[in-house]
Design a protein around this ligand. Structure first.
Ligand code: CO
Ligand code: ZN
Length: 326
């Protein structure tokens, strides 16, 4: 799992530019006929005669888009997804063509005044003309940060949400015998508003929806009050800003975790959302839930998770895939 996780997290894939991630996932699932839909969602299907379950994991990561190049060759940018400007000074970015840059900060009297307007990207160009040989207005970049292995804990950029992509790949590779019709959807553009999952859910038309995504934790010094912690198992979401988990799905996930001795914890997230937020509103409604992976330092360059929670999330996804559902 760690090797797969490393390859997935290190791949370039800000929202709208998920193709490199999609190629890695496709190559991991040679036994399936895969389909890429109009928006770029990758759909992997195992047919069955019983309930159709859509599992989704978004492929995109947060990033930036170039808005302006000045005559000295410095780039100004906007955020793609929920980027925190306080994370950025000194960070590095990578464009799709491999161009690298560092984020600089203008002189500021009070650091609390920092906004994206005070930040710029330096790609080492001497002037605008030279910069424009490498980068154009409208180009996207992702942040960079190496994968580090701390034993049970692992750290990288884009654990949100390549960790769940890894779980969904494993689910399809190790799919248990089941009469259920399983559709794995690796979605696009989650970080800019759950966009890929919306059209994918309409197309798939599932009986049940399960999103796989990371969630925040309350287990670091002076963290917000939150029950979820690293290493305590898969988190079963009850609520976030996009979803009230369908009670049947929530109870079934709890029951399956209990029956199969899968470590789990209950999650109430007081902000944010996942693909399940749009899947459950598709067509005339789809009972949906989320299997979450606890993750520290979300939307930073050093998102940390515990591989034992990944195993628990995988076990719970497998149990749901073969469950006898009403
Ligand atoms: Co995210
Ligand atoms: Zn996510």
């Amino acid at each position: 799992m760690k090797e797969l996780l490393q390859r997935l997290t290190q791949a370039y894939g800000p929202s709208g530019s998920e193709d490199k991630v999609r190629e890695i996932i496709k190559a991991e699932l040679p036994g399936y006929e895969t389909k890429t839909d109009a928006l770029g969602n990758l759909i992997v299907e195992k047919k069955g005669s019983k309930n159709k379950i859509m599992f989704s994991a978004h492929m995109d990561e947060i990033g930036i888009i170039v808005t302006h190049i000045d005559k000295e060759g410095f780039l100004r940018f906007d955020f793609v997804g929920g980027v925190n400007p306080f994370h950025l000074p000194g960070e590095r970015v990578e464009f799709k063509n491999g161009t690298l840059g560092v984020i600089g900060l203008e002189k500021l009297d009070k650091i609390s005044d920092l906004t994206k307007a005070n930040l710029y990207i330096d790609i080492g160009a001497e002037n605008k003309e030279e910069a424009m040989k490498l980068v154009r207005v409208g180009d996207f970049a992702s942040f960079t940060s190496p994968f580090i292995d701390l034993g049970n804990k692992v750290v990288s950029k884009a654990m949100d949400n390549r960790s769940a992509c890894a779980v969904l790949i494993k689910l399809m590779q190790e799919l248990p015998e089941t009469q259920n019709h399983i559709v794995a959807v690796f979605t696009v553009q989650e970080e800019v508003g759950l966009r890929g999952a919306r059209t994918a859910a309409f197309g798939v038309d599932p009986d049940y929806g399960i999103a796989l995504d990371v969630t925040a934790t309350g287990d670091t010094p002076k963290a917000m009050t939150m029950e979820v912690g690293l290493g305590k198992g898969a988190a079963i979401k009850v609520k976030d800003n996009s979803l009230l988990t369908h009670p049947y799905v929530k109870d079934k996930l709890i029951e399956l975790a209990e029956q199969n001795n899968i470590p789990y914890q209950m999650e109430v997230l007081e902000f944010g959302g996942t693909d399940a937020g749009v899947i459950h509103l598709s067509r005339s409604g789809v009972p949906s839930g989320v299997i979450s992976i606890p993750c520290r330092y979300l939307h930073g360059r050093s998102e940390m998770l515990d591989t034992r929670d990944l195993e628990a999330a995988l076990a719970l996804a497998k149990a749901f895939a073969k469950a006898d559902l009403k």
